[in-house]
Design a protein around this ligand. Structure first.
Ligand code: T4K
Length: 399
C-alpha cells in the first residue's frame, strides 16, 4: 500500500521527505502468472531430458501463438532483436532500411549489426508510429526495406505502408515488440507486411524470460527463417545456408506458454490501471495521457504521458522527483536512435521534429501485476501534486 499523500513540498523525497513507495515500482516489472504451472512444465522438460532444439514446449508455444495471433506461421526465437535480423536476412534485404528513429535502440542495432545502412525517419504526432509520408520522401533505389514499429502496442498505418512497399517493390517488416494481442482493423497484428516480430522479453506484457516470435503467412519465408534460426541445418548434417543460433529453449517456452494462458488477466488489469491514470491525470494544463485507440484491441502494457508545453514542470524534473519517490518511471525513447552515439548525425541533416519532441516530453508509468489500483491512484495524485506545484519544484531544484 502506498503510504501517504504529499501535502507540502518538503514532504517530497527529493527535498528530504520519506519516499511515497517503500518498494520500487518499475516500468516493465515482469508479469509472472501461475508459478506451479511454469514449474510443472519445466519439470516435465527436465524429465524428458530435452531442453532446446525444437523441443515439445517450443513447438507448443509456436502453435499456441500462431492460433492466438491468427497467423499461419510462428517461429520462436531467442529474442526479438534476433528475430528482426533473421527476418531481414530471410528477405535478402540489402543496402538501406528506413526505420523510425523513435524506437528502442534494439530495432536500429538489429539492422545495423547485419550490415544494413539506416535511414531514420520521423513519426506521427498522433500515434508515435512511423510517418508514411516521411518514409516516401526517403525512398531511393538503395532502400531495401521498410521497418515499421507498432509502438506502445498501437498499430502503424499499415495499409499506407503496404501500398508504399508494393509500389516500390520492397519488403515491409514490422517490429511488433510491444504489440502482442493488439489489433489493426480488428485483426491481431502478426499477419501484416512480409513478417512481424514480437518480443517476449521479461519486461513485456507476456514474457518468456527472454524470447521472441517471428510471424508470417508466407510458407517459403517461414521455412527459410526456421533454417536460419538453426545454423541452416536442413537435416542432421546438411547445411544449406549461412544461419545462426536463435533457438528458443524449453524453459523459456514453459514461461511463455504459462503467461499466455494468463494474458486476459494481464490485459484487463493493465486496462484498469490506464483508466485510473487517464481519469486522474486529465484536465491538467500541459499534460496529455496518451490513450490507446479504443476501437482496436491493445495489451495496455505501456502507460504513456506527455509532459509538454504549458506544463509548469519539465519532464526531466518530474522524472527526478518520481524516481526519488521510488517510482522508476522511464523516458523511452530518448534521445531517439538518430541521436544515439553509433548513429549520431548532425542536427542540420537529421532533424526529426516529432521524434525530438517526443523524446523530450514522454514519460512511461508503471503497469502490470506489481501495481494495484490504489498504487496507481496514489501515483497519479503524486504526479498531480508535482504538476500543480511545478513552478516551485523547478525553482527549488535549480537553487
Ligand atoms: N523493438 C522494440 C520496439 C523494443 O522495445 C525492444 C525491446 C526490441 C525491439 C528488442 O526486443 P528484445 O530483443 O529485448 O526481445 C527494456 C527491455 O530490455 C527491452 O526488451 C525493451 N524493448 C525495452 C523497451 O525495455 P531497458 O534498457 O529499459 O531495460 P532495463 O534493464 O532498464 O529494464 C527495464 C525496467 O524493468 C527496469 O526498471 C527494471 C525492470 N526489470 C527488468 C528486468 C529484466 C525488472 O523489474 N525485472 C527484470 O527481470 O530495455
Amino acid at each position: 500500500m502506498p503510504e501517504n499523500k504529499k501535502k507540502t513540498l518538503n514532504e517530497l523525497a527529493i527535498f528530504g521527505g520519506a519516499p511515497l513507495f517503500k518498494t520500487t515500482l518499475h516500468v516493465g516489472r515482469p508479469n509472472i502468472m501461475d508459478r506451479d504451472a511454469v514449474i510443472s512444465r519445466i519439470n516435465q522438460a527436465m524429465d524428458r531430458h530435452w531442453l532446446s532444439n525444437d523441443g515439445p514446449l517450443v513447438k507448443e508455444i509456436e502453435d499456441r501463438f500462431a492460433d492466438f495471433l491468427q497467423v499461419k506461421h510462428c517461429i520462436a526465437v531467442t529474442n526479438a532483436t534476433m528475430g528482426l535480423q533473421l527476418s531481414a536476412k530471410a528477405l535478402n534485404v540489402t543496402g538501406e532500411v528506413i526505420i523510425p528513429s523513435f524506437t528502442f535502440i534494439g530495432t536500429a542495432h538489429a539492422m545495423a549489426w547485419i550490415g544494413l545502412k539506416l535511414v531514420f525517419c520521423d513519426v506521427l504526432s498522433g500515434n508515435h508510429n512511423i510517418d508514411p509520408a516521411d518514409v516516401e520522401k526517403r525512398i531511393t533505389e538503395s532502400v531495401g526495406a521498410i521497418v515499421g514499429v507498432h509502438l506502445w502496442g498501437r498499430a502503424c498505418e499499415i495499409d499506407t505502408l503496404q501500398e508504399l512497399a508494393d509500389r516500390y517493390g520492397i519488403p515491409l517488416i514490422f517490429d511488433a515488440a510491444h504489440a502482442i494481442g493488439s489489433t489493426y482493423k480488428n485483426k491481431r497484428l502478426g499477419g501484416f507486411g512480409n513478417v512481424s516480430v514480437f518480443s517476449l522479453h521479461a519486461t513485456k506484457a507476456i514474457n518468456s524470460l527472454e524470447g521472441g516470435l517471428v510471424t508470417t503467412n508466407d510458407d517459403a519465408l517461414a521455412d527459410k527463417i526456421r533454417l536460419l534460426r538453426s545454423y541452416g541445418f536442413e537435416d542432421e548434417d546438411q547445411v544449406s545456408m549461412l544461419g545462426i543460433n536463435a533457438k528458443m529453449n524449453e524453459f523459456s517456452a514453459a514461461m511463455g506458454i504459462t503467461n499466455l494462458e494468463g494474458y486476459d488477466r494481464i490485459r484487463s488489469h493493465n486496462r484498469h490501471l490506464q483508466v485510473v491514470y487517464r481519469d486522474e491525470l486529465s484536465g491538467i494544463e500541459g499534460v496529455n495521457f496518451i490513450q490507446p485507440d479504443e476501437r482496436e484491441e491493445n495489451n495496455y502494457h505501456y502507460a504513456v504521458m506527455e509532459v509538454g508545453q504549458g506544463s509548469c514542470i519539465r519532464r526531466d524534473s518530474l522524472y527526478r522527483v518520481l524516481v526519488a519517490e521510488n517510482v522508476y518511471v522511464r523516458r523511452y525513447f530518448r534521445p531517439g536512435c538518430h541521436r544515439s552515439l553509433p548513429y549520431k548525425i548532425s542536427k542540420k541533416n537529421g532533424y526529426l521534429p516529432i521524434t525530438e519532441r517526443l523524446s523530450a516530453t514522454l514519460l512511461q508509468l508503471p503497469t502490470g501485476l506489481q501495481m494495484d489500483l490504489d498504487k496507481a491512484r496514489a501515483l497519479s495524485r503524486l504526479i498531480h501534486f508535482c504538476l500543480v506545484n511545478g513552478a516551485e519544484i523547478e525553482s527549488r531544484l535549480c537553487a
